[in-house]
Ligand binder design. Structure first.
Ligand code: AMP
Ligand code: MN
Ligand code: MN
Ligand code: MN
Length: 282
């Protein structure tokens, strides 16, 4: 059986390892097919692909696009994209373009809450300054002694409605799907369970509307097994995938050895009713 991991991050976005280090770690852990899916940026793919070739590992070009749908932030993973596609690159560039201004606003909000200098502090953690995001803020706030770990920083300062949270307009869902499809990729809704927990989450009815729209727009798959899902959610989202005729994907959403829900690879099998997305990637 092949070991698939179709969702992870390098320091091109908010992971802590370089693309080569991610691939080497995945190879060491027995991954046979890996997709690197940095947020809104494909700059790590060439390096990761070259590293994967040295291990004889199948490598899939990926990306995770930030989307605003209704009042929700969604992540749409593209698998098997062509990073040279001009429409995709122009789209990703426009999504990245809002990040620095947003980060400055977040820093202003945190200053108002009594914590100064966070923009400069977070920037030190962003290897790719165009891609500054909440995870870099969280790492700095841990360093500065405000919380014990990244998770606690999100709960206290950075999650929706918290003092450092700044609402932001990301890509439109139809655009994100179009960029992925036009570049030859497969569009996947990442970690759907995460949109259904917490005070600002969507209910079942809204999830149905989202999936209906996603299918109409040409979306292909749902992430069923992911680091942030419980086994109950594997079952729940495999049923959604079946109901909406979507394929199923699996990925760790690894961000680094010390911060992730799960390490690379060795993920639980997809439920038997699932149609695995990798059958369309071969
Ligand atoms: P951004 O794109 O800047 O809004 O950052 C989103 C990233 O923050 C996600 O991809 C995760 O890596 C991280 N993140 C979001 N929520 C949490 C959380 N509750 N705990 C830890 N990391 C989180
Ligand atoms: Mn992330
Ligand atoms: Mn995500
Ligand atoms: Mn991710």
């Amino acid at each position: 059986m092949l070991d698939y991991d179709l969702h992870c991050h390098s320091n091109i976005s908010d992971g802590t390892l370089t693309p080569t280090e991610v691939v080497n770690r995945a190879a060491l852990r027995g991954v046979k097919m890996l997709a690197l899916t940095d947020h809104d940026d494909t700059d790590g793919l060439a390096e990761a692909g070259a590293a994967a070739a040295l291990h004889g590992m199948k490598f899939v070009n990926g990306v995770e696009i930030s989307v605003t749908w209704r009042k929700h932030t969604l992540h749409i993973v593209g698998l098997g994209i062509d990073p040279a596609n001009p429409a995709l690159q122009a789209g990703l560039k426009s999504v990245r373009g809002g990040r620095t201004g947003r980060a400055m606003k977040m820093s202003d909000e945190l200053a108002r809450a009594g914590i100064g200098g966070v923009f400069q502090g977070a920037l030190k953690y962003a290897s790719n300054p165009n891609m500054i995001g909440r995870t870099h803020f969280a790492r700095y706030l841990v360093e500065a002694g405000h919380c014990k770990d990244v998770k606690s920083v999100f709960n206290r300062y950075l999650a929706t409605g918290k003092p450092g949270y700044v609402p932001h307009q990301w890509a439109v869902l139809s655009d994100a799907i179009r960029w992925i499809k036009e570049s030859g990729g497969i569009a996947v809704i990442a970690h759907p369970g995460r949109y259904m927990v917490g005070r600002h989450s969507m209910g079942k009815q809204t999830m149905h509307i989202l999936l209906t729209e996603f299918v109409q727009l040409g979306g292909d798959a749902l992430e069923v097994v992911t680091g942030s899902h419980t086994p109950e959610q594997y079952a729940e989202f495999s049923r959604y995938a079946q109901e909406f005729g979507l394929m199923s994907s699996c990925g760790s959403d690894f961000h680094g050895p010390d911060e992730s829900y799960r390490d690379l690879g060795r993920l639980p099998d997809l439920p038997l009713i699932c149609r695995p997305v990798w059958e369309a990637l071969k």
